[in-house]
Write a protein that binds this ligand. Structure first.
Ligand SMILES: Cc1cc2nc3c(=O)[nH]c(=O)nc-3n(C[C@H](O)[C@H](O)[C@H](O)COP(=O)(O)OP(=O)(O)OC[C@H]3O[C@@H](n4cnc5c(N)ncnc54)[C@H](O)[C@@H]3O)c2cc1C
Length: 301
């Protein structure tokens, strides 16, 4: 019997493993792909306090090695469900049989919704980004575009307009889902230009993004914009349906959990990007990992 099973070896899951081991608990991490999570392919991280600059791979490897050196175990299997047993223990179903434990931490993260256009994956990290908070600073005094019409897109555009020379906001409709007040504030900025009823239809440039092709959905007219960065802000996709029988999910599929990382089921905790929260970053994922692990350790007794 494991004390704590942690689902997901991203920043939240690995941080949880470090805290669980230091609390003297037997910790098993179950990971569907490889350790590291979303940050693994990012060339530069510059906003993790205490580390000026590091690649996503080195950041994730440091976390993994710290957890492994402390005695956390990792198995590469996908978790397909959790059952809460009458005695309070949990059975975790995986693609390779069941595992038993006293407490579970779900740290399955989320994926950014892609635009689904050619070369998007290839140019991610070379001009294409899904996170203005993470990568915006690399585009100081440059022209960029934000694609999307919700609050995140409008907030991202506002943030970028503070230090980028030009910010295009490209949206497929002529109305925004974002707060009207925020849209109006953005419209008043001189370096922001709205391109509505339009879609990004091609990414230009060889090894680095140098521009985009934008197509007006109503007229079919195409134009090219010279930009160094494209920020795609059309939503995130959490994948927690496998856990819906044991934890409550919000309408977008995030696990309902606050700063205490508790869920509606005793002994099931949640950490990182997979839970309801306002800021999804490495710092908040690591903080959740610590909080969830200490709560899980207390539940194990
Ligand atoms: C391109 C990019 C750049 C970013 N740059 C920065 C940055 O510079 N600074 C910053 O602070 N943040 C950055 N972020 C955000 C940051 O990466 C996330 O906030 C952070 O990774 C969240 O960690 P997490 O552990 O909650 O989730 P994740 O990193 O998503 O890890 C979740 C893990 O769970 C696994 N998993 C999912 N479902 C299952 C299952 N059913 N069974 C087993 N395993 C499962 C996944 O395979 C994954 O490894 C960036 C994100 C992206 C995409």
């Amino acid at each position: 019997m494991n004390d704590i099973i942690i689902i997901g070896a991203g920043t939240a899951g690995l941080s949880a493993a470090i805290y669980a081991r230091r609390a003297g608990k037997k910790a098993l991490i179950l990971e569907a792909l490889s350790y590291g999570g979303q940050i693994i392919n990012t060339p530069e991280v510059e906003n993790y306090p205490g580390i000026k600059n590091i690649s996503g791979f080195d950041f994730a490897t440091g976390l993994y090695e710290q957890a492994a050196d402390l005695g956390a175990e990792i198995e590469y299997v996908r978790v397909t469900g959790i059952e809460s047993n009458a005695d309070g223990s949990k059975t975790v179903h995986t693609t390779d049989g069941d595992r038993e434990c006293k407490a579970v931490i779900i740290a399955t993260g989320a994926k950014n919704r892609p635009l689904g256009i050619e070369r998007e994956e290839e140019l991610t990290g070379s001009g294409v980004s899904y996170c203005a908070t993470c990568d915006g600073a690399f585009y100081k005094k440059k022209s960029v575009a934000v694609n999307g019409g919700g609050n995140t897109a409008i907030e991202d555009a506002g943030f970028l307009s503070n230090f980028c020379s030009k910010v295009y906001v490209i949206h497929r409709r002529d109305e925004f889902r974002a707060d009207v007040h925020e849209v109006e504030k953005l419209k008043a900025k001189e370096n922001v230009e709205f391109i509505l009823d339009s879609e990004v239809t091609a990414l230009l440039g060889d090894d680095e993004l140098t521009g985009i092709e934008v197509t007006n959905k109503k007229t079919g007219e195409k134009k090219e914009l010279e930009i160094s960065g494209l920020f795609i802000a059309i939503g995130q996709m959490p994948d927690n349906t496998a856990f819906a029988s044991v934890v409550d999910l919000d309408e977008k599929g995030y696990i309902i959990g606050k700063e205490d990382c508790l869920t509606n089921t005793p002994g099931v905790f949640t950490a990182g990007d997979c839970r309801t929260k306002a800021v999804r970053q490495l710092t908040t994922a690591a903080a959740d990992g610590a909080v969830a692990a200490l709560a899980a350790a207390a539940y194990c007794g």
